[in-house]
Design a protein around this ligand. Structure first.
Ligand SMILES: [Zn+2]
Length: 409
């Protein structure tokens, strides 16, 4: 008979610490009293946990504020110098590597354009490895001071079994990745824990924590670049639980027997409103021109054919969004990704109107369609939230470091 595992004092301490770290991370700087209010722990318990966290170098004091008539309250925050996190966005048009401190402030970034037709695994692994070396050297950070990293990829990410045991595998049918063990391939370059997930999902988590999704419990986040992805966030605001799933929205059929899609099917949404498809319908990019410049030029163009292509794009994208609204009933739809932001800035009213026409009235009345607030870097920032979640939950090993260690670097 299997004996149920008992909840130990150690478990309780770890749970209290996780609750307190999440509360501090969400509203830093804040006082011990604020943390007590946010977690339900007594001020004495908060003080005990905080004392340990300060001694480990994870939390530091950050000045004080006057309290009503009483003693000034000492403010606390995460200690940015405790360790660093890496966020990597493997997009179809670029690999972006960003280094963050423990407060999620960007310390360095590196960007490598990719030709969407050149997406070989070796090339991408090479760019990521170069990017890691670049940001660490630029910020003068020792690789041993990186707590963990996150990688956002287009396509599906699944745990699978291989000759090497159970590992994370990436499937990107449109760019030829089939069960790629990306984490294992990056181990020589990244000697810290790496977490991999879909880019729409990491962008969604960034917008949920820091951007257009703050305070929202049900949201759909649409990532539009060369291709399309979406993540469905259910039942959570900034949370200790992973509360989202990614869906292959780009490969839902919008037109029976329509344009050929990169996935091999016909009439997928992505074959109309992915950046590559929009440009193809207009006759761009010119040889040697990259997709991002070409789409910006198309969006600025005054000619009648450009207006027609953009009008069709807004109408089709609106219909695709209406499908998500009717299926999932989100409080908010957030458009992001470099192409989503570029198109959204010019076409949002037309996209909203098309979504209204194709949505059920009651569903549409309960939702809003907005642009992401974090810009095109949201995918990399979201990737760095993957190790941060594990760090805050205490499932990524916390390094106990003394103040002497930190001075010694
Ligand atoms: Zn498709």
């Amino acid at each position: 008979m299997v004996e149920k595992r008992r909840w130990t004092v150690r478990d309780l301490r770890r749970d209290n610490q996780a609750g307190l770290l999440w509360a501090l991370f969400s509203s830093q700087p804040c006082s011990r009293q604020d943390l007590s209010d946010a977690t339900g722990l007594s001020v004495a318990s908060v003080s005990n946990v905080v004392r340990d966290l300060i001694s480990d170098g994870i939390v530091t004091e950050a000045g004080s504020v006057d309290s009503d008539g009483g003693r000034p309250r000492v403010l606390l925050r995460m200690d940015p110098g405790y360790g660093h996190l890496v966020g990597i966005d493997v997009g179809e048009t670029r690999v972006r590597v960003e280094l963050f401190d423990l407060t999620m402030a960007v310390r360095a970034k590196a960007d490598y354009p990719l030709d969407p037709s050149e997406h070989g695994v070796d090339l991408v692994v090479d760019r990521i490895s170069a990017g890691l070396a670049n940001v660490l050297s630029h910020a003068d950070v020792d690789p041993a001071d990186v707590i963990g990293g996150g990688i956002a990829v287009p396509g599906m990410v699944e745990q699978g079994s291989t000759a090497h045991g159970s590992e994370v595998l990436v499937y990107g049918q449109t760019y030829g990745w089939d069960a790629v063990p990306l984490e294992r391939l990056l181990r020589p370059a990244a000697r810290f824990p790496l977490y991999i997930d879909n880019g729409a999902k990491t962008m969604g988590q960034a917008e949920l924590w820091f951007g257009a999704g703050r305070g929202v419990r049900q949201a759909v986040v649409c990532l539009i670049g060369s291709g399309l992805g979406a993540s469905i966030i259910t039942g959570a605001s900034r949370s200790r639980e992973d509360s989202s799933v990614s869906v292959e929205w780009g490969h839902t059929t919008i037109n029976m027997g329509g344009r050929p899609c990169r996935c091999g099917s016909l009439g997928c949404l992505e074959a109309y409103v992915g950046a590559e498809a929009i440009l193809d319908r207009y006759g761009l990019p010119l040889p040697g021109e990259d997709e991002e410049s070409a789409l910006a030029a198309l969006a600025e163009s005054a000619d009648a054919r450009a207006a027609e292509v953009l009008g069709e794009t807004a109408a089709t994208l609106g219909a695709g969004i209406a499908n998500l609204i009717n299926l999932f009933g989100p409080e908010r739809v957030i458009l992001g990704g470099w192409a989503g932001l570029l198109l959204g800035e010019r076409l949002l009213p037309a996209i909203r109107e098309a979504a209204r026409q194709h949505s059920l009235t009651h569903r549409f009345a309960q939702t809003s369609i907005e642009l992401g607030r974090l810009g095109p870097d949201a995918v990399a920032l979201g990737a760095a939230t993957l190790p941060m979640m594990h760090f805050l939950n205490g499932t990524l090993a916390l390094r106990a470091r003394t103040p002497d260690d930190r001075v010694a670097g």
